[in-house]
Write a protein that binds this ligand. Sequence first.
Ligand SMILES: NC(=O)c1ccc[n+]([C@@H]2O[C@H](COP(=O)([O-])OP(=O)(O)OC[C@H]3O[C@@H](n4cnc5c(N)ncnc54)[C@H](OP(=O)(O)O)[C@@H]3O)[C@@H](O)[C@H]2O)c1
Length: 299
Amino acid sequence: MLEPQRGEVLVRVRATSLNYRDLLILDGDHFTNGPGSLIPVSDAAGEIAAVGEGVTRFGVGDRVVNTFHANWIGGRLSAGKPCGVRERPGRLARGVPRRLRNALAALPESLTLHGGTPLGPEDVVLTLGTGGVSLFALQLAKAHGARVIASTSSAAKAAKLTGLGADTVIDYVGTPGWGQAVLDATGGRGADRIVEVGGPGTFAQSLVAAGTRYAEIGFVGFVGTGGVPIGFMDLFRSGATVRKTWVGSREDTEDLVWRLAVRPIGPVIDSVHPFGDADAAFRHFAGRGNFGKVVIAAL
Ligand SMILES: NC(=O)c1ccc[n+]([C@@H]2O[C@H](COP(=O)([O-])OP(=O)(O)OC[C@H]3O[C@@H](n4cnc5c(N)ncnc54)[C@H](OP(=O)(O)O)[C@@H]3O)[C@@H](O)[C@H]2O)c1
């Protein structure tokens, strides 16, 4: 067994799950791609197998998840603060099977949409598609009592979205003007919070869905393709605030996992693949038929 050094812990990884960026990195077209020859995947859950000298935060047997940025403990990022943003797993650093000093958060036994204005029961949240980010956003929004409008390209997934609590589901392929459909479903008011994962493929319609008042668009990703360019007047007419949202600090991760424990909310699992079939897990995930997380379980 590896011996953890002073201030280190050894984690026995029990499971990892796949994210869109893992596909982009393997395809070599992630916008922040690294030098190659890196271990893929960026999240993991497991337990502490051994602790090095001086470790006080964790003991053997504690359940933990990794955080995304190696050394971003809390607060806001600033130029002079070492946070490990250049060491994102699977990109410039090796994936989760590697040495981590600060990037662990405790995982409760049962296992934010916050950050801008607080979310409440009076809010309408729009989620796009059924990727990992969107499903978690839906679950968190429902846990806060909000009304959720969700979109998907699949009738089968639409039924599953309803099962998860989505109040309204829109087929974004059959209804290319789905922004107007959101306005119609909300009496013209629009969504208060939009979890924007489509980027160039969806942003113009998200601006329509935001209405003309105080919506907040959390700009998370870019899974969508096609779409139309955004004009100045589209932005001017919208009352939305656009806020770049990205994977947070260790404090953010701890805040999230405790919220999940209190609610409680569990991840939606599509399928679990043994470690020896990791390539099958990647192929399944790349096929885009999954609803929920595609998990690779360790031995
Ligand atoms: N900023 C950050 O820190 C951060 C963190 C995590 C993820 N991200 C980014 O967020 C995005 C989502 O990540 P993910 O892991 O959730 O992705 P994912 O699981 O791979 O999402 C795939 C789903 O996206 C949906 N989709 C594709 N095109 C769409 C479109 N035009 N309109 C609506 N939905 C569409 C599809 O849903 P249906 O099958 O239902 O149609 C598809 O199944 C990615 O760009 C990722 O890089 C960013």
